[in-house]
Structure formats: C-alpha cells, structure tokens
Design a protein around this ligand. Structure first.
Ligand code: FMN
Length: 165
C-alpha cells in the first residue's frame, strides 16, 4: 500500500509536532506515513499517496497561506482520495474548555466555525459534498497540542480522531 501523506503548515512549530504525532499513530496502526512541510519546495505528487492528512494552524483568523495554496492547487485530487483536514487553533482549545461559560463557549465555537468557513470558501473544498459522495473523507476539528496535553493529564489518549480515518 502507498503511504499516507501528512502535509502540514506551521508558523511556530506546534502543527509540525502534531503532524509527527499523527504519523506515529498511523504507523502504530500499520500504515506507512510521510510527513512533509508545505513550506519546503519539494513537489508533492498526491498520486504517490493512499490518503492525505492536511494540518494547518491559524493566525489572525486565517489558515496558513501555503495550505490554502496547496488545497487550491490539488483540490480535485484531494476530493477523490481519503483525506482529512486538521485545523489547529487556540479557539478550538477554548471551545473545549470545561470551565468556559455558555457565552464564552458559544463565542469560541463561532470563531472556529468562522475560520473553517473562510478556509472552505478560499479553497473551494466542500466537505459536506465529499461525505455525501461516500468517500472516506472526514473533517476533523482539531487535535491540538495543548488539548492533547490536557487529555493526557486526564488519562485520555487524545488520539481518538484517527479512528475516523
Ligand atoms: C500572532 C498570532 C495570531 C493568532 N491568531 C489566532 C486566531 O486568529 N485564532 C485562533 O484561534 N488562534 C490564533 N492563534 C493561536 C495559534 O493558532 C496557535 O498558537 C497554534 O497552535 C499555532 O500553531 P503553529 O505553531 O503550528 O503555527 C494565534 C497565534 C499567534 C501567535
């Protein structure tokens, strides 16, 4: 079987750590996984991969530009292969905060949704259509290093998201 590509875009390095963690989890499940930084200039040929996991962080409301450019360029291929998108944001951490008030929670959830909506508008990706098409595409709302750490403190693995791949 071809490897699964874990393609990431980061500014401060958290999403790189997350991508490596996802790749390790995939390997534990018997897959081959290649981790690639979209900032590197290596050409990526998606036909070399059995699936693609895209991970990008957000700064001032938008996902990293190299991820937006990559998805725009490869949208048709991504929509015809198993793929997932991990959006790494502090708003997601806020949305999962157990002690957030109802008002805070609603604000974080709206922030997360707004950033995802912008990403889908900018790239033209249509996750609902992909899912309706019966492909094993899944849209993840992100594991985040901070959240994973919180899960670990509570004795949870924080990697249940992979079960959906
Ligand atoms: C200058 C700056 C702007 C940010 N803007 C947002 C934002 O608009 N929404 C959000 O939820 N998180 C925001 N964050 C938090 C980052 O998304 C978060 O720290 C993420 O883990 C960074 O991942 P990276 O290290 O892979 O770039 C911002 C962080 C910085 C430093």
């Amino acid at each position: 079987m071809k490897p699964i590509g874990v393609f990431y875009a980061t500014r401060e390095g958290h999403t790189h750590k997350l991508a490596e963690r996802v790749a390790d989890d995939l390997r534990k499940r018997g897959f081959e996984a290649d981790v690639k930084n979209l900032r590197d200039q290596d050409a990526i040929n998606l036909s070399d991969y059995a699936g693609a996991i895209l991970a990008a962080s957000v700064h001032t409301g938008t996902h990293e530009p190299e991820m937006v450019a990559f998805v725009k360029q490869h949208r048709a291929e991504l929509e015809s292969m198993p793929s997932a998108f991990l959006s790494v944001t502090l708003s997601e951490v806020g949305a999962e905060r157990a002690n957030a008030t109802a008002e805070e929670h609603a604000r974080f959830v709206a922030d997360v949704q707004g950033m995802l909506n912008r990403f889908f508008e900018d790239t033209g990706l249509a996750p609902a259509a992909r899912q309706a098409g019966g492909r094993r595409a899944a849209l993840y709302q992100l594991p985040h290093p901070l959240r994973d750490a919180a899960h670990r403190q509570k004795g949870r693995s924080g990697d249940g998201y992979l079960a959906r791949l």
